[in-house]
Write a protein that binds this ligand. Structure first.
Ligand code: DX5
Ligand code: ZN
Length: 224
């Protein structure tokens, strides 16, 4: 699977969000990662479906990877389907019926993803692997950008990669939190193919240069 770089707009300049998205796409991003936080499931508040709707209305037609950190999650899924999400990922802790919730996303025309916090057991993946197009391993605790990568995520990525390969399904393995040009290669070697990066990209002076460096590290990692 071609590696994807997914800049998280949580770290973008919100006064010029549309321009930021267009700039990062022009700089080589594959999809946009859209973090939704509710000050309940996670201790922070971010953006909702109206913002996605505005981006779509402005003509942005790339893949939008919506990462829902909200509880309860069901109602907002409907709004994000309507707003034009491409992928919608949910944390098992935010829904009473994960199986039903993943089906709701699929039936609504988006690709379902399931997210694992650092302390969420990966064993749950076996129960829903037939229903998802994306597995997201959190390499920080959700809620904030700019945190440090948690090393144990490497083992979790390895384990998730094995489960995905054994399923023989077309599932992306995404990693989110603390991804930089300096560790993206190691993370790729552990099996990730989709890389969320917020501060590493949006706090750099040259988005294209940063994404180029990430791709070079990915090429080196997969060549060895
Ligand atoms: C954290 C979010 C991340 C965050 C990543 O809860 O899910 O997507 O924006 O930010 P960085 O790349 O700065 O760790
Ligand atoms: Zn995220």
């Amino acid at each position: 699977m071609e590696p994807w770089i997914a800049p998280s707009i949580l770290a973008a300049d919100f006064t010029r969000l549309g321009a930021e998205v267009n700039e990062v796409l022009a700089a080589g991003a594959d999809i946009i990662h859209f973090d939704v936080m509710d000050n309940h499931y996670v201790p922070n508040l971010s953006i909702g479906p109206l913002v996605l709707k505005s981006l779509r209305k402005s003509g942005i037609d790339c893949g939008i990877d919506v990462h829902l950190m909200v509880k309860p999650v069901e109602r907002l899924i409907v709004d994000f389907l309507d707003a034009g999400a491409t992928i919608i990922s949910v944390h098992p802790e935010t829904t009473e019926h994960l199986h039903r919730t993943l089906n709701l996303i699929r039936e609504g025309g988006a690709q379902p993803g399931v997210v694992f916090n650092p302390a969420t057991p990966l064993a749950l993946l076996a129960e829903v692997i037939e229903l998802v197009d994306l597995v997201l391993i959190m390499s920080v605790n959700p809620g904030f950008g700019g945190q440090s990568f948690i090393e144990s995520s490497i083992q979790k990525l390895n384990a998730a990669r094995e489960m995905i390969d054994a399923s023989a399904r077309d599932i992306r393995l995404e990693v989110d939190g603390g991804i930089k040009t300096t560790n993206i290669g190691r993370v790729a070697a552990a099996g990730a193919d989709t890389f969320v990066a917020g501060s590493a990209i949006f706090e750099s002076d040259d988005y294209a240069q940063t994404i180029r460096e990430m791709r070079a590290a990915l090429t080196d990692a997969t060549a060895t």
